[in-house]
Design a protein around this ligand. Structure first.
Ligand code: B12
Length: 460
């Protein structure tokens, strides 16, 4: 039934900080729908934005899927909010077609009912889109759109009478995750734009950081792809011209065995490329770091969050500054660039803990610190429950509009002042957006073939 159904998938994301990101979520969904026999067309607002109505009119799809990655940039100062862009796109599309729309993506999973309400879109899918989108298309094309049928589709959000209902999402078995569909023109665009191609090696995050949305998007159950399948995908993107990868897993080193198996496969196949990943600063060893370096690791983004033990504990992280120090030393020993991402002002933060963290930062050599101010409060997180219990937020508030938690023992201006003082002593504390001059230097470096996020240059 689903065969010959024509589906137009649209990736809305046009944000260019820190660089334009290949729409990996959409390309996974596209691959899965194509495998089920659908005819799939992918449009990307990074280059199709102006002519999006023409694409609809030209292809006359039976259904339109919209992928939304970001709600906002999660910054307390000069926050960039992407929801109006979504509303605007939907209006433009609805003016030229009356086919059903389906929305999904990481940003969608965070505010499923609200985004259906605001946009008037017919269906949403939370969590992984591959299987549920195919099931929905099957129901749509068979005409079986009654609530009984819709109730069986994992993660589906739909209307019944005046209500918006949501089914629980279901994690996909890793063996059923097929290679994403990357057209060569899409790859060419992103290789030229940013030089970075993204690869996912596993889904799910088991950790308990109090503010984090990753378990809401991907679930807590960790599902690892085989090293063979990851290496096949790496070989494909390298054959298409890529030479720098980003492993987008929430935390790449959930399991050292998984990391080692991927690195060993890269080395066995003599693949030459460089890559970045998010690492948790705990449980690493010098041997594993050495293996990762040999397999092409060039930049590590450590999700450290704080450099002070009491704050790490109240953020729900089972790591200490000693773990952070040890992990950093392995990176330094093996000459891998590394940066620490910090969140200042979450639960338990005080002026004294910020200063303690700053003093500790001096012990970490050859690194860059990115301290973000305040914790964005997302419904469904432990932080949300705490903030509600403490009376910091109210039930009737709209959390789509960013609300940031700041420890009652501090305020935003004081944190900013302290960060400025830290920066004056330690230039590797990067507290502001990249300046236009620095951005043009970085673009110049990319043109000269320097690869990666290039934040190692920000400390100079
Ligand atoms: C890796 C990552 C990065 C890397 C990306 C590197 C790269 N080259 O790709 C870096 C560090 C650069 C980065 C930057 C940013 N990121 Co980021 N990032 C992630 C992370 C960890 C994974 C994203 C990913 O690739 N997932 C893998 C793909 C396959 O999954 P997916 O896109 O979710 O797709 C699946 C489903 O969502 C669904 N789906 C997707 N599309 C569709 C469409 C339809 C129709 C359907 C039905 C289903 C569907 O099916 C897909 C397959 O199962 C997520 C958190 C997370 N765990 O999801 C944050 C996340 C996406 N990032 C986020 C943000 C905010 C940002 C920044 C704005 C931060 C900043 N201030 O700079 C920038 C924006 C970058 C940009 N230009 O857009 C937020 C977005 C939500 C929000 N709060 O607004 C997230 C969710 C983290 C968070 N804080 O909550 N990020």
């Amino acid at each position: 039934l689903i065969k010959n159904t024509k589906i137009l998938l649209i990736s809305l994301n046009r944000y260019d900080q820190p660089y334009k990101v290949f729409p990996l979520g959409m390309s996974y969904v596209a691959a899965s729908l194509q495998k089920c026999g659908c005819e799939v067309i992918m449009a990307d607002c990074n280059y199709d934005f102006e002519r999006i109505e023409n694409i609809v009119v030209q292809h006359q799809p039976d259904c339109i899927g919209i992928s939304i990655r970001n709600i906002d940039d999660v910054r307390i100062e000069n926050n960039t909010f992407f929801v109006p862009e979504l509303e605007h796109l939907v209006k433009r599309l609805k003016a030229v077609t009356s086919v059903p729309f389906v929305i999904g993506g990481s940003a969608y999973s965070l505010f499923p009912e609200r985004l259906i309400e605001i946009t008037g879109i017919e269906y949403g899918i939370t969590g992984e889109g591959e299987q549920s989108f195919a099931l929905l298309i099957e129901s749509i094309s068979s005409g079986e759109l009654d609530a009984d049928q819709l109730e069986t589709i994992p993660g589906l959000v739909y209307r019944k009478d005046d209500q918006i209902l949501r089914n629980p999402a279901q994690a996909i078995d890793p063996g059923k995750i097929i290679q994403p569909l990357r057209s060569s023109s899409m790859l060419d665009f992103y290789i030229k734009e940013s030089s970075v191609v993204n690869i996912q090696t596993q889904r799910g995050c088991p950790f308990t950081c109090c503010y984090c949305t990753y378990p809401l998007i991907e679930g807590r159950a960790v599902r690892k792809r085989s090293a063979q399948s990851v290496a096949d995908e790496i070989e494909q993107v390298i054959a298409a011209g890529a030479d720098y990868l980003f492993f987008v897993d929430s935390v790449f080193n959930i399991s050292n065995d998984h990391v080692a198996s991927i690195c060993e496969e890269i080395l066995k196949r003599k693949i030459t490329c460089q890559w970045s990943c998010f690492l948790r600063p705990k449980g690493l060893t010098s041997d594993l770091m050495k293996l990762m370096k040999l397999a092409g690791l060039s930049h590590i983004e450590f999700g450290s969050d704080s450099l002070c033990d009491s704050v790490l504990e109240s953020y729900g992280k089972d790591i200490t500054f000693d773990d952070i120090y040890e992990s950093s030393e392995y990176a330094r020993e093996h000459r891998v660039h590394y940066a620490h991402f910090l969140i200042a002002g979450g639960p338990g933060e005080t002026e004294a803990t910020l200063i303690e963290g700053f003093e500790n930062s001096k012990k970490l050599r050859k690194t860059v610190f990115f301290p973000f101010v305040g914790m964005r409060i997302f419904p469904g997180t432990a932080l949300f429950s705490k903030a509600m219990k403490d009376g910091f937020i109210k039930q009737q508030q709209d959390f789509l509009d960013p609300v940031f938690y700041i420890s009652p023992l501090l305020d935003q201006a004081r944190i900013r002042k302290l960060h400025e003082e830290f920066k004056a002593q330690m230039p590797n504390w990067v507290i502001d957006d990249v300046s236009p001059q620095m951005k043009s230097i970085m673009d110049g470096l990319r043109k000269k073939g320097v690869r990666g996020p290039l934040w190692e240059f920000l400390a100079r």
